[in-house]
Design a protein around this ligand. Structure first.
Ligand code: SF4
Length: 362
């Protein structure tokens, strides 16, 4: 597969993921006869609609896709964070059911053997089931993180090390060991759950609905792209640039590297907003906004809030209902074609929205 990022939108997660896998040519990542280990993010035992964990429909789509292409040696591996029980997380997030239905075994990496592997910062203990699969597939959630600002592909590999190594990572400050770990584990594919990742905590609680799934082969590029979707400067996420220096991938991408396979169509409203998300949206006039568009705006407003500028934000309009409607403020996305200040895109990224809002506040 070429070094591109493939993106699809849709409220039907199973269908959207399957569509993306087929359209992107992802099967090229899986030689016939190869063993495949799927590594979701089950950091805690909470259902995916809370913004912390990988939706089971994404895992199901991968399994059906692999089976249909005659790749039948598939397992699911994960080790929840220190203090949580992976088997409880498997049950809470629907993995027990999927395992039974498709005959795909689940492995708790907390109980796995491990090997100390050479990395740019010395030896790191890595679970043998993660190292041993011919094809490791990373299924992270794009979401905020209180310590590292955001988390996506690179940090999700931390579930593939034993608990004592996770504790050591935290004592080392996470940045260097996460970057180094990604030289020891190199998934063949990263399929990112961008359905409703949390605004700022890896354990969820403030999900931001975006109904987006994206995939690619370069985890550094994936994380840099994920930053743009959250309005985060990738240089503020220390391990991304460091992973690039260590040779785990490249942060560089251009608009030509992003392949959109469809356009957002669904409307916001299927999900209850947390108090924090509702507070950020107070200055917004929304009328039939797509989830991806609205989610981008929420992330941009969160960044503005962190900078102490939310109270000074201009009037903002968003949504398909704003087509052809004059608006004396900032219009988000191509639907707001009659707004005084227009932000192009369908949907625009949080980075683009944030830049325009900052420019208005100068
Ligand atoms: S610009 Fe309009 S159609 Fe495009 S994502 Fe935003 S609301 Fe949806």
């Amino acid at each position: 597969m070429q070094r591109k990022i493939h993106v699809a939108y849709g409220g039907d997660i199973l269908k959207t993921t399957r569509f993306l896998l087929e359209q992107s040519g992802a099967i090229d990542c899986f030689p016939e006869g190869a063993s495949v280990a799927l590594k979701p993010n089950l950091v805690v035992g909470r259902p995916a609609d809370g913004g912390a964990t990988t939706h089971i429909q994404i895992v199901q789509a991968l399994i059906e896709f692999l089976f249909d292409h005659n790749r039948r040696d598939v397992t699911i591996i994960e080790g929840s964070w220190v203090g949580d029980d992976t088997r409880r997380a498997f049950a809470a997030c629907g993995f027990d059911d999927i395992s039974r239905r498709y005959g795909v075994p689940l492995f708790d990496l907390k109980r796995d053997s491990y090997t100390a592997v050479d990395t740019p910062i010395g030896k790191i203990k890595v679970c043998d089931r993660a190292r041993g699969a011919d094809c490791l597939v990373n299924l992270p959630v794009l979401k905020g993180h209180c310590q590292t600002v955001m988390t996506c592909a690179l940090k999700n590999m931390k579930g593939c090390i034993p608990d004592n190594e996770k504790r050591r990572f935290h004592s080392l400050g996470l940045t260097e060991p996460i970057a180094a770990l990604n030289t020891a584990l190199r998934p063949v594919l990263h399929v990112v759950d961008g359905i409703c990742g949390d605004l700022n905590f890896e354990e969820g609680g403030n999900p931001v609905l975006q109904e987006r799934v994206f995939l690619g082969v370069d985890p550094v590029m994936i994380d840099a792209f994920g930053c743009s979707l959250m309005g985060v400067d990738p240089r503020d996420v220390g391990y991304i640039e460091l992973a690039q220096q260590y040779g785990a991938g490249s942060m560089a991408f251009t608009p030509q590297d992003i392949v959109l396979h469809n356009q957002p169509q669904t409307h916001r409203g299927a999900m209850r907003q947390s108090g924090q998300v509702a507070r950020l949206a107070k200055c917004v006039k929304a009328c039939d906004a797509c989830s991806a568009c609205y989610g981008s705006l929420i992330h941009a407003l969160a960044r503005l809030d962190e900078e102490g500028l939310l109270g000074y934000a201009p009037k903002i309009a968003i949504g398909q209902g704003m087509r052809g409607v004059p608006f004396d403020g900032v219009g988000v996305g191509r639907c707001c074609d009659q707004a005084k200040i227009k932000i192009p895109g369908c949907p625009p990224s949080a980075a683009a929205i944030l830049q325009t809002l900052r420019d208005q506040l100068k």
